[in-house]
Ligand binder design. Structure first.
Ligand SMILES: *[C@@H]1O[C@H](CO)[C@@H](O)[C@H](O)[C@H]1NC(C)=O
Ligand SMILES: *[C@@H]1O[C@H](CO)[C@@H](O)[C@H](O)[C@H]1NC(C)=O
Ligand SMILES: *[C@@H]1O[C@H](CO)[C@@H](O)[C@H](O)[C@H]1NC(C)=O
Ligand SMILES: *[C@@H]1O[C@H](CO)[C@@H](O)[C@H](O)[C@H]1NC(C)=O
Ligand SMILES: *[C@@H]1O[C@H](CO)[C@@H](O)[C@H](O)[C@H]1NC(C)=O
Ligand SMILES: *[C@@H]1O[C@H](CO)[C@@H](O)[C@H](O)[C@H]1NC(C)=O
Ligand SMILES: *[C@@H]1O[C@H](CO)[C@@H](O)[C@H](O)[C@H]1NC(C)=O
Ligand SMILES: *[C@@H]1O[C@H](CO)[C@@H](O)[C@H](O)[C@H]1NC(C)=O
Ligand SMILES: *[C@@H]1O[C@H](CO)[C@@H](O)[C@H](O)[C@H]1NC(C)=O
Ligand SMILES: *[C@@H]1O[C@H](CO)[C@@H](O)[C@H](O)[C@H]1NC(C)=O
Length: 548
């Protein structure tokens, strides 16, 4: 469980805010632009966009807009020296029921597509928005991304000769940090306007949101967002409480949680998922370990890791030019588990990977540099928010984080993404606000799933315990996030949609799929991995097996 040593209920305003008034705020003006020329990157291939333009017909409710905002909100807007443009897409029905803001997470995931999906009435992976088509849906791309002053960093350059996923020695740590430093300084050198790297964080993003809200003429805004979007929305809650309507925060990453706590929780979460893979195998006739019964998947992992620690395991499908490394080291295996279990864990794939590896081919666990977040827009956006300071910037301090998380790591998986964040952001050279918890008396809805790996469920509890008027909705199942599933609508999705529509928090309830904890109550223990069903009821999916 998370614990922290500083006071629990600090005021609504976080400390770095008080020091920075907002002279740059104003009711700016929106420039409506032609959506045909502003197609979100992830949709360009779906819509057969050639060049930059879409030639087909677009729905009348789809709008694309831009607004000029201060690069640095602590100084007044100035068209020449303190001005950047952020872009967004909206679905704008006639007589909207309110303004609903969406954040796609990441940080760095495209939000604009969601407004397109909704306007085009394409059932995307997020059924709730199909049910909220009568709201003005605002989907702004975070500054640093397409439409919003994109950063220009030299990816795929500085890690070319770094083949390991995370450092196991001081020399490797230094090599990793050096590459990270070069990457960050490339962002600083190539991005415009000059100075932007000190102003790409959540501190600014929430003001961009509020600038658009004001320009649209709304007094209040509702919010539905996942993952990293919860971090940004909590900051909005702290800074603009008078603007907060009905906020749904799904899979929370709280402000002010100490790195060590987050890492220890995440190492615990991946160990839980190993047990979930075992529980899944018990009901999966095609699982290679099915006949061996309870505990066999866990035993197979322990055996495999012990073997790899003696000698790396070949990966027949990998090697020079194949995009993955061979042989597979213990480090690769540990990262590989996380890759298969993160987001929507693929238990059938994991179980097959284990069996094949024990038969001498560890290709399914092999490290793929291309897929590593270290060389993506995620890093500069994330590191602008997460201060890694003091000892944590040294090998010893960084390494200690994983030594201390061993208490939660019976299966010696070691790696966690939070730990990688501490690693990557330890080389960040630009400004970062000091960490601080956020507490509010506003009634919010927080949602989590028991077996989330990306943001372990303890983190949502941490955030919820700082918001005494809020409800906690716990989905008993797997996956990172609970509102982004395709139709048909799930119980948790209906709960979220009803709250956004009415502002009425649900009362206490509990069944096999979901437990609702009302404000001020205490969350029960996280269920055992074998005590909650796996399969479609837990929202399990697989790339290799049809799970019904
Ligand atoms: C894109 O092209 C494919 C094949 O050429 C076609 O089937 C599809 O309908 C097109 N999509 C749109 C949105 O035009
Ligand atoms: C902000 O800068 C952009 C790009 O240089 C320019 O087109 C725009 O007019 C400026 N905005 C204002 C309000 O001056
Ligand atoms: C969107 O599509 C669904 C079926 O997928 C349909 O029931 C609904 O009426 C459509 N909404 C609009 C606004 O066209
Ligand atoms: C990796 O490449 C960089 C230059 O990009 C060089 O400075 C460094 O020494 C190389 N490291 C190794 C281990 O080869
Ligand atoms: C990004 O920076 C590189 C290196 O300075 C430059 O060549 C390139 O044109 C820049 N890209 C954009 C889109 O500005
Ligand atoms: C960021 O701010 C620091 C001072 O806090 C300054 O030294 C540095 O030059 C700034 N960096 C950029 C890229 O503007
Ligand atoms: C616009 O700005 C004025 C003055 O700063 C403020 O009182 C008003 O609330 C703003 N309007 C909206 C919709 O935010
Ligand atoms: C385990 O993997 C081996 C090698 O790929 C394969 O021959 C065997 O059929 C697999 N076992 C099961 C039960 O799937
Ligand atoms: C499997 O074994 C674990 C202990 O290792 C136990 O907690 C769990 O209840 C067992 N599950 C089943 C379905 O037998
Ligand atoms: C690392 O942990 C050890 C043992 O707890 C402690 O003595 C040492 O000061 C720590 N070092 C750093 C840099 O945190």
């Amino acid at each position: 469980m998370l614990s922290f040593t500083f006071s629990l209920f600090i005021s609504l305003v976080v400390s770095h805010v008080a020091a920075n008034p907002r002279p740059g705020r104003q009711n700016g003006t929106i420039r409506w632009v032609d959506c045909h020329e502003n197609v979100p990157q992830p949709l360009q291939s779906t819509l057969n966009v050639t060049g930059t333009s879409f030639a087909g017909t677009l729905p009348k409710t789809l709008f694309c807009g831009e607004i000029d905002v201060p690069m640095d909100y602590t100084r007044p807007f100035d068209s020449a020296t303190n001005n950047i443009t952020v872009g967004f897409a909206m679905n704008r029905p006639r007589d909207p029921a309110g303004l609903l803001l969406y954040h796609a997470g990441g940080p760095g995931l495209d939000a604009a597509s969601e407004a397109w999906f909704t306007a085009l009435n394409i059932s995307s992976d997020s059924a709730p928005f199909n049910l909220l088509q009568d709201f003005d849906l605002l989907a702004m791309n975070t500054r640093g991304l397409q439409f919003s002053n994109p950063l220009n960093c030299s990816f795929n350059t500085f890690f070319n000769n770094i083949t390991f996923a995370f450092p196991s020695t001081k020399a490797e740590f230094d090599q990793y940090h050096a590459a990270m430093s070069k990457l960050f300084s490339s962002c600083g050198k190539n991005s415009t306007p000059k100075g932007i790297m000190n102003h790409t964080g959540t501190f600014e993003v929430v003001q961009d949101w509020d600038s658009i809200r004001a320009a649209l003429g709304y007094e209040k805004v509702h919010f539905a967002g996942v993952s990293y979007g919860t971090f940004v929305s909590m900051e909005y809650v702290a800074r603009f409480p008078e603007r907060v309507g009905n906020f749904v925060l799904d899979a929370a990453i709280p402000h002010g949680a100490p790195f060590q706590e987050m890492i220890t929780d995440q190492v615990g979460a991946i160990n839980r998922l190993l047990l979930r893979a075992d529980a899944f195998c018990l009901t999966d006739l095609t699982c290679p370990f099915h006949k061996q019964g309870n505990g066999s998947v866990v035993a197979a992992w322990d055996t495999l890791l012990a073997r790899a620690l003696k000698a790396p395991i070949p990966a027949a499908g990998c090697g020079e030019g194949k995009g993955c490394n061979t042989p597979v080291t213990p480090t690769d295996l540990r990262l590989g588990v996380s890759v298969i279990f993160r987001a929507n864990p693929d238990f059938p794939l994991f179980n097959i990977a284990l069996n094949e590896s024990l038969h001498g081919d560890a290709s399914l666990f092999a490290y793929q540099q291309q897929g590593d977040i270290r060389e993506s827009i995620v890093t500069p956006l994330l590191c602008a928010d997460f201060q890694v300071s003091g000892d944590l910037r040294t090998w010893e301090g960084f390494h200690n984080l994983s030594i201390n998380s061993r208490v939660n790591d019976p299966h010696k998986i070691v790696y966690s993404q939070m730990w990688q964040i501490a690693l990557m952001c330890g080389a960040w050279p630009f400004a970062v606000p000091a960490p601080s918890t956020i507490s509010t008396e506003l009634p919010l809805m927080l949602i989590t799933s028991d077996f989330d790996l990306n943001l372990p469920t303890e983190l949502t509890t941490f955030a919820w315990e700082l918001t005494p008027k809020s409800v906690l909705v716990v989905r008993h199942g797997d996956d990172h996030t609970s509102i982004l599933f395709p139709p048909p609508i799930t119980p948790v999705q209906s709960i979220a949609v009803d709250f956004i529509r009415t502002g009425v928090l649900p009362g206490a309830s509990s069944n096999e799929q979901v437990t609702v904890y009302p404000p001020g109550s205490t969350r029960g223990p996280i269920p055992g991995a074998y005590d909650v069903p796996t399969g479609s009821v837990a929202e399990d999916t697989s790339s290799i097996e049809d799970i019904r």
